[in-house]
Design a protein around this ligand. Structure first.
Ligand code: HGY
Ligand code: MN
Ligand code: MN
Length: 414
């Protein structure tokens, strides 16, 4: 089985990439037909590896390999969803590779003294709804029912989308796991940056994950004829929005460690000869230090209100999503580093993650560790996102070594 691990991983990911809405790259949003198609494929892969599968109330596909009675469970996984026009590896590779590792251990006749679950979370990107991490937050008992009323661009609520997917949102609180029943969580993910490629290393171990917050903003003015409404009478929503976009960039450049992005912006009525009445945009802030990020979020909200008031506009800005910065667990990360050394012959480089992950929320349940794979030119959230089959084969070996390394730990702990 080992010989073609990388090819097998690449083929499975190529098949999963076809579970996408039309257009460049991969667009697989949560609770959509593309999501359902991907789950059907992942279910087959999990069951071929000897895992018992079920879909939980958050839309997380769970593949479970039981351990001895009463044994704790090691969780692995990542997210099935993608951004719009994204790549074939972000998230879903972290489901495919652990399943291959379990398939390989099964073929080798290895029996682990603990249970294992591979999790395919429904929604990590937060692209369809202004919230994210529904699955891991439910497992951690941190689920906020208010997010069920959040709506997508078509006005469908998260609750309705989940019900349409055959799920019962009212069962979400019951998903919370007993922390004492969980050994930890390992997430395997492409780096989405240039560090490992520059170091010519296939794998790295994550030291911590940055914090993140998102603010949907609506600025409202008044439309009018572009040729007849005098400038001094205008209440142009786009002028205030442009000032806010510029301030996000200025503040981030001036604040060490802070990254600020306005990734979406729509204008209404959106006519070449009409004064913009309404602008909807999103402000996203990230930093390894939560205090820096929160202070920036508060400052930008105050700035938005000040600019809007000065121009006679209305503004609605709300911190709709926050995930605190998350250190990786040192013990689990040392185990992972030893496993990488077993698979590659070298200790793994350690590096922070500027991207956020399901592990950010899983840290509220159990110790977390992350395995990074180098990706070509550090590109991600793009159709040309790529991880080499050879690197994926090494990662499968490292995951298998991590599991068998834990084997002795678990035995010592029991
Ligand atoms: O945005 C992120 O960092 C992640 O890919 N959701
Ligand atoms: Mn991801
Ligand atoms: Mn992503």
């Amino acid at each position: 089985m080992r010989g073609d691990l990388g090819r097998l991983a690449a083929d499975r990911l190529a098949t999963l990439a076809a579970c996408s809405a039309p257009g460049p790259g991969v667009t697989r949003l949560p609770f959509t037909p593309e999501h359902r198609a991907a789950l059907d494929l992942l279910k087959g892969q999990m069951e071929a590896a000897g895992l018992a599968t079920h879909l939980d109330a958050a839309g997380t596909l769970i593949g479970r390999l039981d351990g001895p009675p009463g044994a704790p469970t090691l969780l692995m996984g990542s997210h099935q969803d993608s951004v719009r026009e994204g790549g074939a590896y972000d998230g879903i590779m972290g489901v495919v590779l652990p399943v291959l590792a379990l398939e390989m251990l099964r073929a080798d006749g290895v029996v682990l003294p603990f249970a294992v679950e591979v999790l395919a979370f429904a929604d990590e990107e937060g692209v369809r709804f202004p919230t994210a991490l529904l699955g891991p937050r439910a497992l951690a008992g941190r689920f906020d029912p208010a997010v069920l009323d959040m709506k997508d661009a078509d006005g469908m609520s998260l609750r309705a989308a989940m019900a349409g997917f055959g799920l019962d949102p009212d069962a979400l609180p019951g998903l919370a796991r007993d922390p004492s029943s969980v050994l930890g969580y390992l997430e395997t993910h492409i780096e989405q940056g240039p560090v490992l490629e520059a170091a010519d290393r296939p794998l790295g171990v994550v030291t911590g994950i940055c914090g993140i917050e998102r603010h949907p903003v609506v600025i409202t003015g008044e439309t009018g004829h572009a040729g007849t409404l005098p400038m001094q009478m205008r209440r142009d929503a786009l002028v205030a929005a442009a000032a806010l976009v510029t301030e996000v960039d200025r503040l981030a450049r001036a604040t060490p460690g802070l990254l600020g992005t306005v990734g979406t912006l729509t204008v209404a009525p959106g006519a070449v000869n009409a004064v913009p009445r309404e602008v909807r945009l999103t402000v996203e802030l990230r930093a390894p230090d939560d205090r820096v990020r929160c202070a920036a979020g508060d400052a930008l909200a105050a700035y938005a209100r000040h600019v809007a008031e000065a121009q006679g506009l209305a503004v609605d800005i709300v911190r709709s999503y926050t995930q605190a910065a998350t250190p990786a667990d040192p013990v689990l990360s040392d185990r992972l580093s030893a496993a990488v050394a077993t698979a590659t012959g070298d200790p793994a480089p350690r590096l922070p993650s500027g991207a956020t992950h399901d592990a950010s929320a899983m840290a509220d349940l159990c110790p977390i560790a992350m395995l990074f794979l180098r990706c070509r030119n550090g590109i991600s959230h793009h159709p040309s996102e790529f991880a080499a089959p050879g690197d994926m084969a090494i990662a499968v070996e490292a995951i298998a070594a991590f599991l068998t390394g834990l084997k002795s730990d678990a035995v010592r702990a029991s």
